[in-house]
Design a protein around this ligand. Sequence first.
Ligand code: NOJ
Ligand code: CA
Length: 715
Amino acid sequence: MRKLILPFLLFVAAITAQAQILRSPNGLVSLEFKMTTEGTPTYSLRFKDKVIVRDSRLGFELKDQPQLTSRFRILRSETSETNEVWKPVWGEVAAIRNQYRQYAITLQQKLDGSTPGRQIIVRFRLFNDGIGFRYEFPEQDQLKEFSVTDEKTEINLTGDHKAFWIPGDYDTNEYRYSTTKLSGINALNASKADEIGTRSPFADNAVQTPLMLKTADGVYINIHEAALLNYPAMYLVIDPKNFSAVTHLAPSRDGTKAVLHTPSVTPWRTIIVSDDARQILASKTILNLNEPSKIADTSWIKPQKFVGVWWEMHIGTGTWNYADVADTSLTGTDWRSLKPNGKHAANTANVKRYIDFAAKNNIQGVLVEGWNIGWEDWYGKMKEQVFDFVTPYPDFDVQELRKYAASKGVKLIMHHETSASVENYDRRVDDAFKFMKANGYDAVKTGYVGRILPKGEFHDGQWMVNHYTRIAGKAAAMQIMIDAHEPVRPTGLHRTYPNWMASEAARGNEFNAWSIGNPPEHETILPFTRLMGGPMDYTPGIFQIKLDKYGRKEQVHTTLAKQLALYVTMYSPLQMAADLPENYEKYSDAFQFIRDVPTDWDDSAYLEAEPGDHLTIARHAKGKDEWYLGAITDENGRTSAAPLAFLSRGKKYVATIYGDAIDAHWEKNPQAYKIESFIVDASTALRLSLAPGGGAAVSIKPASPSDMKKYKNYK
Ligand code: NOJ
Ligand code: CA
């Protein structure tokens, strides 16, 4: 591992009220820090000498204590530089450069002459593609335990930028994106238009992060946070008149936002900037701002593909519940006496069918939902004791399946739907994890559907943020990998907890099964928004796109080839092949791409990108000279230009293109695809024609002598 750390103290400045300017290592990003005459700290940000963030104030409001917003003076400021390379356990690239200039300003607040005053530190890190900054509360007599009632961090923008946003909502991120000017944000309307699930929006003009912006002169700005620990999630409330934004935090049950003890730190507020949208996707700033892995031995963490007893419940051909009875309760019910409904999907024979399919098709895992008692009492009942996570339904034979999966070299993936009854889960999780390990499971999909119990806590509040991290830590200690559904959106914590491999935390493919769904542009926005914080369990790979076959009016808003491309464009180390085995068997030639595609990469090349329109990404398989390319588009057809300059010079490869057929269309003809193979090399430029709502997936493997005879050169 190449590792070069250069932390050195550039200067310790004298006490000054003068503006201080710091530049990123390449000089393109610069920050100015100033104190107002009232003693309020402010910063502004430039990219290539264009103002990106105007003077913006920093500070906090506290409960029953003087505010931390003014009457500060600079006590000390220190600058240092870091330039190192680290290796993620898994990811889009094998090595990540962490290069920044740091600026730590200690501020002292004097409320009256007699007391020593309270101190906070504002720490800025300037990377070549943006900044992170956080607040630190050092240990001190004047500030011990305190309640934050609001964080007052401003991010004052310079114009009515184009924004890709979802409503500020304390409980969910499962929204379609709106694309408007900043002045056109109306969160409550957007929330009303999506009448599904748990909704807790709070203001007309509040949005969630990652917020993706584009200025009129073509600068891309991404605002989010990194290392969200022991603190609520941050939203932005936009002033539609002057385009200023101020942070708003998800509340706790008691109405405050965060209870902190010194010493403590806030998450990093991140602003990533580029005039090239591809550089936003390539940014590693959020990951770099997270702490290194807490897990010493990571050999058990395995990126993988999985299938699951899952889509059949979403399209309604199977059920999670075993019996069609209403309102039983977990305690006191003899489940052996219940009459099965005949549609319970998690039965031993059906699970074996998925295990067989996985074993034959280079799929490592099989998720089984609905295996455990409690689903009769699940959705909407707000019951505290729904699941115990250790008792199977009578038709799910744990021992038999443990043996069967092991004999086929396949791993079963556990499912813990907590139904948001989180204290119940906290009480039971140790036993649940022990049960998993005893029965051969080493990955779990958790879920938090519904309003959080105890009442008053929100999915994005400090209490829940601590819950998710606690579960990640407990799982790490037991060598368990996690895929969390309905958690707070990720902030790069997969660097620190590489066993917390994926989260949902956005509107996944499942919405296409039972709602108005996700428009074709959805997957062209997610990489610029939700995925900036970490991998998403989007559940791609639906081949039976129109669901009329199952008596439903819904359809996935895609072509079949686009579903393949998502395995490349939507990075996740846990990647589901979400459709039913019979649909894959029917289109077995197209399924070859899913059989082949890896979930862990040495390198990624971002070839084309425009949020909301299209993107093309190529990735190099980990430890193997194979490349996989995905190109996707929104509702507009287009031709993607993909130069293969990343290939090894002078070497010949076979490119197999899984593309939209000439007459493909997401609505009119979604399953029309064609597969062609050609000889290519580093001088080849592919032209991929993408149908409206379509895409293309390409595998590129070294050509054998027989391939050279069999396939034509690409022209
Ligand atoms: C919502 C999750 O996103 C979905 O994947 C799961 O099947 C259901 N909850 C049931 O837990
Ligand atoms: Ca969900």
